[in-house]
Ligand binder design. Structure first.
Ligand SMILES: Cc1ncc(COP(=O)(O)O)c(C=O)c1O
Length: 485
């Protein structure tokens, strides 16, 4: 007789042994992160094992785990490392790692339903709302990250302010006006993805010039809105950013709120990392006016230091998200008893139906660490940025390329006799040498046509000496490259 199969272990004791080994190894790995290079390229041998034909026959878990340890674990992006300052990446925590394991073990479907996981997410959304200064009855949900959170907020804003039933009619009817959204030219590229995906086209995004502080120019924004209205187009949203990706500039939210009210627009804030500055009493005021937005998006996997991936979107008007996303097919109707009470509570607030229990790592992290400690770490990063700014200002061969408003420092190595073009090439080479040496991982951007070494500090493991080291490395490599030229 044919025996039926399952994916549960044949030998639970062996599964337990390997599982415990994994936990021990990962704790050692995290404890010793400083001893390894911040980054190294994946060598050929490891690459080859990651380019094999699909396995038809299984192998023991212990063997698969060995391959992971040899060929995958040693070659991460490096964002765990105290010297990692590239792009905007968080580091993760032991608590977050454990929580992800528990969440996968429980493996609930968090579209809604009468279950604890749904209540955990509801609790977390309410905590986050309170912590960043949003109204208590704002609604929202956790999503995979800033891009998705911003897309959600923008979609709600579009449907609220389009002036016609966009869910029913779409954008393809003859009378549909050209919808317009306004944000600074420093807005992260999520906005272009969103405009393309929402069928608005890239031209719907009106990139407004910034001032010397890299903040949106409000007068220029108003002028663009007026010109578009005169042209017969339909403005629907103004965007503010709490911490722009290039320089961490924070827009003037009070002025943007007034502009939104003046023209009856939705006001959305992208606070991907900067919003969480609200957790630090010393920096809260910088983003205090984010409470004025109609919707706001931010990440926990950036400045919340939690493992990927988890972001959050909040909408002030409690009904607005459902008005954009809710659908009730017969197979998902709620009942008053049984499991299907509030079946689609979260599915109705976003695009995903099947949703993971990413709320658990947020809940556990906040419970274990407390918001005050997170606030202190955020402030520590802001202070470290000021420290690095000081090192740059004090060194005659280093030049600051943008004001330091929060946690990003953009600078370059400079030789007075070199042109900007040559300095761009030289600093690009410095960047690659630092990354390849494994000492640190800054990233880069272009500011005013100048190649900038960009140091974004969302790292709970960095110490002041890491910035001394970085500044010294930039100078040393700069002199070397200059000397070779
Ligand atoms: C300001 C800003 N907005 C949005 C995003 C996109 O967030 P995510 O990478 O979580 O999708 C980023 C990413 O760095 C960002 O810095």
């Amino acid at each position: 007789m044919k025996t039926e199969e399952t994916l549960d272990p044949d030998d639970w004791n062996e599964a337990r042994r390997v599982g415990h080994l994994m936990i021990d190894d990962m704790l050692d790995y995290l404890k010793t992160v400083r001893e390894r290079p911040a980054w190294r390229s994946v060598p050929g041998e490891a690459r080859a094992t990651l380019n094999e034909a699909a396995p038809q026959d299984g192998a023991p878990l212990a063997d698969v785990y060995e391959t992971f340890k040899t060929n995958i674990l040693p070659y991460p992006t490096g964002n765990l490392h105290p010297g990692f300052f590239g792009w905007v990446m968080g580091n993760g925590t032991v608590t977050g790692m454990f929580a992800d394991m528990l969440a996968s073990g429980m493996n609930p479907h968090v579209g809604g339903y009468d279950q604890a996981a749904m209540l955990v997410e509801r609790q977390v959304v309410s905590w986050l709302s309170e912590l960043i200064g949003f109204p208590k009855d704002a609604t929202g949900l956790l999503v995979s990250g800033g891009t998705m959170a911003n897309l959600n907020g923008l979609a709600v804003g579009r449907n609220e302010k389009a002036g016609f039933d966009i869910r029913e009619m779409g954008l393809q009817h003859n009378d549909a006006p050209r919808l317009r959204v306004y944000g600074s030219a420093q807005t992260h590229n999520w906005i272009l993805k969103a405009c393309e995906l929402m069928g608005l086209g890239r031209e719907a995004f009106r990139a407004v010039p910034v001032d010397d502080a890299y903040q949106i120019d409000i007068a220029a924004c108003r002028a663009l809105i007026e010109a578009d209205i005169n042209n017969g187009d339909k403005p629907f949203c103004v965007l503010g950013t709490a911490g722009t990706v290039n320089t961490a500039a924070i827009d003037d939210f009070t002025a943007l709120r007034a502009l939104a009210d003046e023209f009856d627009l939705w006001f959305h804030i992208d606070g991907a990392f900067g919003s969480l500055a609200a957790l630090s009493p010393g920096s809260r005021a910088l983003v205090g006016a984010q409470s004025l937005a109609d919707s706001i998006a931010f990440d926990l996997h950036k400045w919340g230091y939690m493992p990927y991936d988890v972001g959050c979107v909040l909408v002030r008007e409690p009904e607005a998200q459902e008005a954009t996303f809710a659908q009730t097919p017969s197979y998902l109707t709620s009942t008053t008893r049984g499991i299907s009470v509030e079946t689609t509570y979260f599915a109705d607030k976003g695009i995903q139906l099947s949703r993971s229990f990413r709320a658990l790592k947020v809940w556990m992290s906040l419970k274990e660490q407390g918001a005050e400690k997170l606030g202190r770490l955020i402030q520590q990063n802001i202070d470290q940025a000021k420290y690095l700014e000081g090192l740059v200002r004090d060194h005659s061969e280093l030049e600051l390329l943008a004001p330091v408003s929060l946690n990003i420092v953009c600078f370059r190595y400079r030789e007075a006799i070199m042109s900007d073009d040559d300095l761009n090439a030289l600093n690009s080479e410095i960047l690659l040498r630092i990354q390849e040496s494994g000492s640190a991982v800054p990233s880069n951007t272009i500011l005013d046509n100048k190649f900038a070494l960009r140091v974004c500090i969302t790292n709970h493991r960095s110490r002041l000496e890491d910035f001394d080291q970085l500044a010294a490395d930039v100078v040393r490599h700069g002199r070397d490259v200059f000397g070779e030229g």
